[in-house]
Design a protein around this ligand. Structure first.
Ligand code: ADP
Length: 464
């Protein structure tokens, strides 16, 4: 037996000599060895045969076998050479991936079921206003939940590819906390928890990405709500400790067993996966939190005295150095956007439902709308319709959105058109590319109505 096999099966060469191969084959695979021997005798070469083998200590190891017949000078099979590879790590990864996909399907189905029910209710309820409003509010909640799941998935993929980027600006810690509360106070209160917020007395500033830090705090708050009994108390505290801005989220919920306190920050890790204890979630939230906090030069830590004793998450960020000049972040321009007047708008998207529903929405808002379902048709329609604004998908058959945008910009009438990319790709590289081909703006699907309104109002200001 060669040294690799010694390591794999934990027998020494001396120990295995004289034993038959059968010692390595688990007893519940009785037909395997005869089958393999038969095939080798027939002269067959067996590649990547995946099975299990028994080690000396009785433990099992996942292996991939490659077996070739050895022939004598008369071309008769007289033996076999065998290579066994330990594939335990790959098997484990496969298992985790499969488990994750099952969890993902389950979690996506959760909001889908009520959405489907809601459609049915709308069909049956006729013009019962109260019922329609209740149903709409529910659809909105479920849709938000679905969007959050998809956003988390995209974040995980960005993180694993190293493509996540921060847009940092100087912010007060109180503004960060306020921003987070805007986003998720509702989720916390929906569970009937009592939230107590404490802000620092003195101004504390950090150099941070507003949206991403709000996401961090929201994630911790949502977890605190999820893993507590309804009516429990939750504390959100922001303060300065020497050179650090500290945000603490504390709850009185189910707590975390000590061995899991660091592991909960690993991607795809949940303390209890059993379905009856499912709290909804993909087990990636804290992994994203940790990565985002580290990208800000900070650290996050979990504390708990154990099961049933509540949990505390502490985020530490470096306090920003002294301010240079008075820089105003660009998105704090004065005044509310006034609703835009009627515009001619062309929607180009090969997902016809997507194009039509957006078109319908824009018409209800008083605009004149046309739709096209591929890039070519989009360019032609733009020539005929002379829209003020074009909302354009990027990935399309015939002519993609980038090329269509370039062509429109190349026309004498195309210089004035406000071109808006509307896509599922929201990474910095995608945004840069759409700027380069001449888009004025880049919105990520599903578009928030407020973002669209703001854009249309701005288009009116520039094109009159
Ligand atoms: P999930 O989608 O499962 O909530 P997270 O990454 O946000 O994923 O959290 C990972 C795991 O950490 C959770 O499944 C849960 O077991 C545990 N956990 C997170 N926050 C808390 C908390 N406040 N109290 C108790 N357990 C928590």
């Amino acid at each position: 037996m060669e040294p690799g096999a010694e390591r794999l099966y934990e027998y020494t060469a001396a120990e295995i000599v004289g034993r038959t191969l059968a010692a390595l084959v688990p007893p519940d695979h009785p037909d395997e060895l005869p089958g393999i021997l038969d095939r080798v005798r027939r002269g067959e070469h067996i590649e990547h045969f995946e099975t299990v083998r028994v080690r000396k200590d009785g433990g099992r190891v996942d292996v991939s076998l490659t077996i070739s017949p050895i022939r004598n000078s008369e071309d008769r099979v007289v033996g076999a050479s065998k290579i066994a590879r330990d594939i335990t790590a790959r098997k484990e990864e496969d298992r985790r991936k499969t488990e994750f996909l099952a969890l993902l399907a389950h979690e996506l189905r959760n909001p889908l079921a009520p959405l489907r029910n809601a459609l049915q209710v709308m069909r049956l309820a006729g013009d019962d206003r109260a019922s329609a409003e209740r149903t709409q509010a529910m659809m909105e909640r479920q849709l938000q939940h679905l969007i959050r799941l998809v956003d988390d998935l995209l974040d995980v993929s960005r993180i694993s590819q190293g493509k996540l980027q921060l847009r940092r600006e100087r912010l007060s810690l109180s503004a960060v906390v306020g921003g987070a509360l805007d986003v998720c106070r509702q989720v916390v209160e929906q569970h009937g928890h009592q939230l107590t917020v404490a802000l620092p007395d003195e101004p504390v500033e950090v150099d941070a990405d507003r949206t991403r830090l709000a996401q961090v705090v929201c994630n911790l708050l949502t977890n605190a709500a999820k893993y507590s009994e309804p009516g429990n108390r939750i504390w959100l505290t922001a303060r300065r400790e020497e050179d650090e801005a500290v945000v603490v989220v504390r709850d009185e919920g189910i707590g975390i067993p000590p061995p899991m306190l660091t592991r909960v920050f690993e991607m795809f890790t949940q303390v209890d996966r059993s379905l009856e204890k499912s709290h909804g979630g993909l087990g990636v939230g804290l992994g994203i939190v940790k990565r985002l906090v580290e990208m800000h030069g900070g650290a996050v830590e979990a504390r708990s005295e154990g099961e049933g004793r509540g949990s505390e998450f502490v985020v530490r960020l470096p306090v920003a150095g002294p301010a240079v000049g008075t820089h105003q972040p660009p998105d704090q321009r004065a005044g509310e956007a006034t609703p835009p007047g009627p515009r001619r708008i062309l929607v180009v998207d090969d997902n016809e439902d997507s194009a039509d529903s957006l078109g319908q929405l824009l018409e209800l808002l008083g605009h004149e709308v046309r739709t096209a379902y591929d890039g070519e048709a989009g360019v032609t329609e733009a020539g005929a319709f002379r829209p003020h604004v074009v909302l354009m998908d990027i990935g399309m058959p015939r002519l993609n959105g980038y090329d269509a945008a370039r062509r429109i910009r190349g026309q004498p009438w195309g210089k004035q058109v406000v071109l808006v990319a509307l896509t599922g790709w929201g990474q910095e590289g995608d945004r840069r590319r759409s700027r380069e081909v001449g888009f004025d703006a880049h919105l990520v699907k599903p578009v928030e109505p407020a973002a669209l309104d703001k854009l249309l109002a701005e288009s009116q200001a520039t094109t009159g």
